[in-house]
Design a protein around this ligand. Structure first.
Ligand code: ATP
Ligand code: MG
Length: 346
């Protein structure tokens, strides 16, 4: 046996193994009492896991629903949702309030009076060109019950859809007899036991909106909490005065609802304060928050009440519906202050 075979091999090419430094000892992090208290608080508000969160939302919704059904009005309440300013939340308010009232056990009809047909879309109601719709009622004199469709997803909710035909109605109505009272007549002939009829108006003060103002006694004005929120409101209030003076003595603004309220901005709070200063008790205590879930719902043909029942948007519409239903509609006395504030707002 040679030396090379028996002795230890000395390989001059071996690279020395680098010394890896020991990682610094990590001390277990101790939470302060304040952090622990904060965590406990947060977990009471919004649970950690998605399942726990869903359960928490469901419990809250259920708790509110079980808090009692809302009273049925003695006669059908017809509420016109109007504001000639575009994109302030008229349609969103109409469909979500309607759904919320239905979920409280009431029977509700939504009349889509906007050629855009957004309310019909949000309620997943067929409204392509051949579908009998509100145009037929206003212009052709068709009975309302012939165009009303059931909203499948929500028991107790119906919708009279709008199609693009309605875009021509503004002009065609001009030459018709009793052009401002066509919807009122249709409602008078409509045999139903609806508790509420909510009318979604287009963003204009034309004959379609006038028909809605003549047909019902209550107006709900959604106001978006943003700069220029009160712009144009004076004109709307003056139109309401005119309709009350000439065509519908019972007409009054019963409700103002602040929409798209962003609690993080001072502007929203300022607008809310200004609106409450002007209109006092007709402004609902509930405000509708700006919420992604609310804006997503229509693209699924849903209201937020079914799309995400536990979301802040759904809960606030439930709350707004409760406020409206529980008010015993004594706002007729508020007509004068509201009419005079038409001079004050821009
Ligand atoms: P138009 O005058 O065109 O009929 P509108 O007054 O009916 O408009 P909506 O269609 O209800 O207004 O709302 C305008 C847009 O704002 C829509 O895209 C809607 O999804 C969104 N929106 C409404 N309310 C909220 C909210 N609370 N949070 C977030 N988005 C909202
Ligand atoms: Mg609309």
């Amino acid at each position: 046996m040679s030396d090379t075979e028996s002795g230890p091999t000395t390989d001059t090419t071996t690279v020395p193994i680098p010394v890896v430094p020991e990682p610094p000892e990590e001390k277990p992090r101790v939470r302060t009492a304040a952090e622990m208290a904060r965590r406990a608080d947060v977990s009471r508000e919004t649970p950690d896991t998605p399942i726990a969160e869903a359960a928490w939302h469901a419990t809250r919704v259920l708790a509110r629903r079980l808090a009692g059904e809302l009273p049925r009005p003695a006669v059908t309440r017809v509420i016109t949702v109007a504001n000639q300013k575009g994109g302030v939340g008229k349609t969103t308010t109409t469909v979500n309030l309607a759904a919320a009232l239905s979920l409280h056990g009431l029977r509700v009809l939504v009349i889509d009076l906007d050629p855009q047909g957004n309310a019909s879309t949000a309620l997943s109601i067929d409204h392509h060109a051949d579908i009998p719709n509100v145009y037929d009622v206003l212009v052709e004199g068709r009975a309302l019950q012939e165009v009303v469709q059931k909203v499948e997803a929500i028991p107790g909710l119906w919708c009279a859809p709008a199609t693009i035909d309605l875009a021509g109605a503004e002009i065609e109505l001009v030459s018709l007899v009793a052009r401002e009272s066509r919807l009122k007549r249709a409602l008078a002939a409509y045999e139903s036991n609806m508790d509420y009829i909510l009318i979604d108006c287009p963003p204009s003060l034309g004959l379609l909106t006038v028909n809605a103002l003549v047909a019902g006694s209550e107006v709900l004005i959604p106001i978006q909490c943003e700069y220029y929120a009160l712009e144009g409101l004076g004109q709307l209030l003056r139109n309401i005065d005119l309709v009350r003076g000439h065509l519908n003595p019972a007409l009054h603004v019963s409700t103002i609802l602040l929409t798209m309220y962003d609690a993080r901005t001072r502007l929203a709070a300022q607008v809310a304060e200004e609106v409450r200063g002007h209109f006092e008790e007709v402004v609902l205590h509930t405000t509708i928050p700006r919420s992604v879930r609310i804006s997503e719902a229509p693209s699924y043909g849903q209201t937020v009440m079914t799309y995400d029942p536990g979301s802040s948007g759904a809960l606030s519409y439930l709350e707004a519906a409760r406020e409206i239903a529980l008010r015993n509609d004594q706002q007729a006395g508020a007509q004068e202050p509201l009419a005079s504030s038409a001079q004050e707002v821009r």
